[in-house]
Structures are given as C-alpha cells and as structure tokens.
Write a protein that binds this ligand. Structure first.
Ligand SMILES: C[S@@+](CC[C@H](N)C(=O)[O-])C[C@H]1O[C@@H](n2cnc3c(N)ncnc32)[C@H](O)[C@@H]1O
Length: 230
C-alpha cells in the first residue's frame, strides 16, 4: 500500500484511541509542548493547522494569548477531523474553526490565504516534504510564519540511549497491549528512525527555499519546534 493510503487508514483506525495514547506515551508532555510551540507565532487573522488530527494544536492556538480569529484544520482522515470538530464545537476565545479533509501536498486553498501554519506531530507522516513545503509556501502570505512541533532525535548521548529504549522498545509493546493494534505504533518509532535529524531538516527546509529557519530542542531533542519565517 502507498504510504499516504496507509497513513490515512491507520490514523482513521486509531482515531478513537489517539488522544489517550498520546497523553500516556508522552506523559502529558505533548500538551505543554503544543502550548510552547504556538507562543512563537505573532498575531494572524487566519491560521492553517495542517495534519490537524483530533484538534489539539487548534485548541491551544485558540487558547494562546494572541489567538487567531480563524483556524482551518486540514487532515487526510475524516475520522480524526470529526473528533476534532466534536472537541472544538464550543469555540474558544471567539476563534472560528473550519474543517477541511485534504492532502497537505495538494491544498484546496487560493494563494496567500493564510498568515501562519501550525503542525503538531505531522512531519514524519508527509510523503513528499518538498512538494508539501511548496504548497505551504503557495498558500501563505509574504509575512507568514510556521511552527512545526514533532518528536525528534535527542542530541545528548545519555538522553538518546534512554529515549531509544523507551521509544523503540516500550512504546510499541505498551500500545499493542492497550489497543490490540501494534502495527500503528510500530509505525511511530519506525517513522522517526528514518526521519531527518533536526539539523538535516533545517537544511532540507533551506533547500526548499526557506532561508529564515531555526529549531528549538525540547528536553535535549526528544522533541523539536521548527520555526520558519517567510
Ligand atoms: C500524529 S497525527 C497528529 C495530529 C495532531 N496534529 C496532534 O498534534 O496530535 C498526524 C496526522 O496527520 C495526518 N496526515 C498525514 N499525512 C497527511 C497529509 N499528507 N495531509 C494531511 N494530513 C495528513 C494524519 O491523518 C493524522 O491525523
């Protein structure tokens, strides 16, 4: 099965368990990391949350000090978006939420429609990063900014060893135990294993035409926040 079809099916199948597993696997740190990530953004009218999943990034965006007026949640999986819609149905701080089932590599939006883009834990799932970045560049305005949050490669040797035992041995075992579907969470460590290191990814972004890029490690690189200014 092609990667995109596999990803879409996998996230749709685990959508009901996604939030609970995220909290348990990350020891609740994912929420704090999302809040940290959105603080790098300035004021924007309309923000795209790409690979939006069950809407946690959109939720923290709407709770941020400088909340956008509109957040457009984009995801391949209808099941994930339906859960996001339910979660965000009350609306926060006056932020309006729109939900679009679409592929980040082929966005159904006009040029320069967005002032900013957020993405939580989506990077490793993108099949063609170059094409994805070209699409984001097209759909964002000249002063736009983007923040991508994801798990990453620890840059401290000790943390790296502990993290790899946890992430590559414990997490798949544990999630199989909870969900009975081990393939989805075998995918999680596998997707990080083949993904760029933070420095390599910054280089990749530069080769895609984004000059103003930096990253901030979280817990020496267990997680990373990439900040891109157009
Ligand atoms: C790990 S989840 C992240 C969800 C959410 N952003 C969060 O912070 O928890 C990745 C999401 O990306 C979506 N996804 C993967 N590839 C995509 C693509 N090419 N275009 C749009 N969404 C995609 C999946 O369906 C899934 O919901």
């Amino acid at each position: 099965m092609a990667k995109k079809a596999f990803i879409k099916r996998m996230f749709s199948e685990i959508s009901g368990e996604y939030d609970r597993l995220n909290r348990i696997i990350s020891w609740n740190l994912d929420l704090r990391w999302r809040r940290q990530a959105v603080t790098y953004l300035g004021a924007h009218y309309r923000v795209m949350d790409i690979c939006a999943g069950t809407g946690d990034m959109a939720l923290v965006l709407s709770e941020n000090k400088i909340a956008p007026l509109q957040v457009v949640l984009v995801d391949l999986s209808l099941e994930m978006l339906l859960l996001a819609k339910y979660k965000l149905s009350k609306g926060r701080n006056g932020t309006e939420f729109l939900f679009v089932q679409a592929d980040g590599e082929n966005l159904p939006f006009r040029n320069e429609a967005f002032g900013a883009v957020t993405m939580g834990f989506g990077l490793r799932n993108i099949e063609d990063i170059q094409r994805f970045m070209v699409e984001l560049a097209r759909a964002t305005d000249a002063n736009s900014e983007m923040v991508f949050l994801d798990i990453a490669h620890p840059e401290s040797k000790i943390v790296s060893k502990l993290f790899y035992i946890y992430f590559y041995r414990f997490v798949p075992f544990f999630t199989k135990f909870i969900t009975g579907k081990d393939y989805a969470y075998r995918y999680l460590p596998a997707s990080l294993r083949v993904f760029y290191t933070q420095k390599q990814f910054v280089e990749k972004l530069r080769r895609c035409g984004f000059e103003n890029v930096c990253y901030m490690n979280i817990l020496t690189g267990i997680g990373a926040i990439y900040y891109i200014k157009k």
